[in-house]
Ligand binder design. Structure first.
Ligand code: UD1
Ligand code: UDP
Length: 380
């Protein structure tokens, strides 16, 4: 083992912060030296700073400020920025989260520099390569040294892709650790008051490219949301990605429809906790509604999180089917088909991950053969 090994966490986008906080805390509790590299993929205060504050994340040791761009431009900026940081700090392990472009870039940089990596939220698959996230997931898992799975089906997906099971650890879901930690602070009342909502309401979050990028899809989606707003007031904390296209398609303030800026983590989950219904295309929100017992309608043809359907409150719907599904969900309330919540979503995933990493740093390393490559110095 190297003296005082350094662990770097590469974070870039809103969901990364939520997943990383429990791991950072778990490693801090074990005295592991660590630092956060913020790529700057998300940069608005309401998409980034507010999460550091709400989740108690330490200040990043570097912010690459890569910002927005096409996939190629953004990924290229991420690659060059991350290569410099990794060379400068020479970490013993780099931890990446989820499926965003920052995750993919960090894994590629580390693979080429022969720096070991860990992927938190490994093995999720929508089997829809039209999603940029699915491409990122497949590549990230193929190149990661340690893989932390949040749900059992991830294990078979990884095995099917030839990933050595010795590299995979089923640890539960750190996003749920963050939710549990926030629970005492989740109070819908002040947020409702600020937003002027009384009585029953729904919350909608929409940002998937397939839903918001093309005008036709955006129109269909907005029509569907308006169908829900005929039944119950809908609050939409709108992700910046969809802002313009959805507004052009008619997603603007009107009776029973309130469009607001993205909310901070505690405010958002407070609002969700008090909601009669959530409409979303987010990954993380499918998981959080399952744990909060709030009915969730996911406007997507597939999900990489089927456990939220089998063990939770989530249902997949088409835009055309949304209004009817909302009517049923509002009448029935939340129903969990199996009566059981997902295994290991118990608030202790962060400490589990930290223990595996700590043991790994202490010398319980994977052999180069198990990592699937020969150990030779990186190319200059
Ligand atoms: C990214 C992830 C997606 C994740 C989402 C979480 C990829 C490929 N996608 O999507 O998986 O679900 O984050 O929220 O990594 N923008 C701002 N301010 C910001 C950030 C973005 O205005 O702080 C706008 C810009 O116009 C930008 C657009 O949002 O072009 C998209 O941002 P980007 O990070 O490229 O992808 P997301 O859609 O946010
Ligand atoms: N979230 C938030 N404010 C919002 C919308 C979402 O704090 O206005 C949180 C949400 O609770 C979850 C995370 O952001 O923890 C999910 O991020 P997002 O939906 O952007 O990404 P995805 O999970 O789809 O990748």
């Amino acid at each position: 083992m190297r003296d005082n090994p350094l662990v770097l966490h590469v974070l870039g986008a809103r969901p990364n912060f939520v997943k990383a906080a429990p791991v950072v805390k778990g490693l801090a509790d074990l005295g592991v030296k660590q630092g956060i590299v913020h790529t700057g993929q998300h940069y608005d205060a309401l998409m980034s700073d507010v999460f550091f504050a709400d989740l108690g994340l330490p200040e990043p040791i570097a912010n690459l400020g890569v910002g927005s761009g096409s996939h190629a431009r953004q990924t290229a900026a991420l690659l060059t920025g991350l290569e410099e940081v990794v060379l400068e700090h020479s970490p013993s392990l780099v931890v990446v989260y989820g499926d965003v472009n920052s995750t993919l870039a960090a894994i590629l940089v580390c693979a080429k520099l022969h720096v070991p990596t860990a992927h938190v939220e490994a093995g999720l698959r929508s089997f829809d390569r039209g999603m940029p996230e699915e491409v990122n997931r497949v590549v990230t898992d193929a190149l990661s040294d340690l893989l932390f799975a949040t749900s059992p089906e991830a294990l078979s997906h990884l095995a099917d892709e030839g990933v050595d099971p010795a590299r995979v650890h089923l640890v539960g879901n750190p996003m749920i650790d963050s939710l549990f930690a926030a629970l005492p602070k989740l109070d819908p009342a002040p947020v409702r008051e600020r937003l002027g909502v009384s009585g029953r309401y729904a919350v909608a979050t929409l940002h998937r490219p397939a839903n918001v990028d093309a005008p036709e899809a955006a129109r269909e989606l907005v029509e569907a949301v308006l169908g829900v707003a005929e039944q119950v007031p809908v609050i939409v904390p709108l992700h910046p990605r969809g802002r313009q296209r959805l507004a052009e398609a008619g997603l603007v303030d009107r009776r029973n429809l309130k469009i607001v800026d993205p909310l901070g983590y505690v405010d958002f989950l407070s609002l969700v906790r008090g909601a009669a219904l959530v409409v979303t295309d987010s990954g993380g929100v499918q998981e959080e509604t399952t744990m909060l017992g709030v009915p969730c309608l996911t406007v997507r043809p597939n999900t990489e999180r089927p456990i939220t359907v089998t063990h939770g409150t989530n249902r997949l719907v088409t835009p055309a089917g949304l209004a009817a599904a909302a009517e049923k969900a509002l009448a029935d309330g939340a129903a969990t088909p199996s009566g059981e919540l997902p295994p290991l979503w118990d608030g202790a995933a962060g400490p589990r991950i930290a223990r595996v990493i700590s043991a790994w740093l202490a010398g319980d390393n994977l052999s180069p053969a198990a990592r699937g490559r020969v150990d030779h110095p990186p190319f200059p």
